[in-house]
Design a protein around this ligand. Structure first.
Ligand code: ZN
Length: 74
């Protein structure tokens, strides 16, 4: 399987939110928590925020569902 590390940034402030080990093809919509590295997201109840306050995703137990319009992926 193809494997690479992605860098996920906040579109509002430009901060690097976390890095993600992606395996295989396809769009990144759900992030497995155990593949996230250097995570700076702030959790409040079942939501995840950038330190700038922007809502980035929602908690779905083993993964986080990302708000695609709030992030850029490189
Ligand atoms: Zn931000």
């Amino acid at each position: 399987m193809r494997r690479k590390t992605l860098c996920i940034q906040c579109n509002t402030c430009g901060s690097i939110l976390f890095r993600y080990i992606k395996i295989g093809k396809g769009h990144l919509i759900r992030c497995w928590k155990n593949r996230m590295i250097d995570n700076t997201l702030i959790q409040e109840k079942n939501e995840y925020y950038c330190p700038c306050g922007k809502l980035i995703g929602t908690d779905e137990k083993v993964w986080i569902k990302l708000k695609k319009q709030q992030i850029s992926i490189n």
